[in-house]
Design a protein. Structure first.
Length: 144
């Protein structure tokens, strides 16, 4: 039996996990959205997808957007940004972030953004530009 370390067990999500596996295998995929009403297990499903991506060798990251983080540019994703990147010029800075993330260890990225609708504009733009900047074989994302 799997030790779920205090998390809710994931049950009845076979079709959704198959959709995610297909998206992960699709080299043209740039995103995977988990949506639904509050309390139906979206975050738990996305966490499972992220774990499966990590087990498959993908670099993974997680961000949680909130009203408070949204009040600060890049607040929800600041911990994911490479150290030392100068973002005073957003165009050059965002390009530098893309270069740094692409040159890091491991394979492609899978990023889970919980409550994505609460991202600040700068975070949303940067994430979109990162998705657009990836060569087709490197485009993967998991977000809610």
């Amino acid at each position: 039996m799997r030790d779920w370390a205090g998390r809710w067990p994931l049950t009845g999500r076979g079709p959704e996990l198959e959709y995610f596996a297909a998206a992960l295998a699709d080299q043209g995929c740039r995103g995977f959205v988990v949506g639904g009403a509050a309390g139906v297990g979206k975050s738990r499903l996305a966490e499972e997808c992220l774990e499966r991506a990590a087990a498959a060798g993908y670099r993974v990251g997680r961000a949680t957007a909130s009203v408070a983080a949204g009040a600060v540019p890049l607040g929800a994703i600041a911990h994911l940004l490479p150290m030392g990147v100068d973002l005073t010029d957003p165009v050059a800075g965002f390009a530098a972030v893309a270069r740094e993330l692409a040159s890091g260890p491991g394979r492609q990225w899978v990023l889970f953004v919980d409550d994505m609708h609460l991202l600040d504009a700068a975070s949303a733009v940067l994430l979109r530009q990162l998705m657009d900047a990836c060569p087709p074989a490197d485009r993967h994302g998991a977000h809610r």
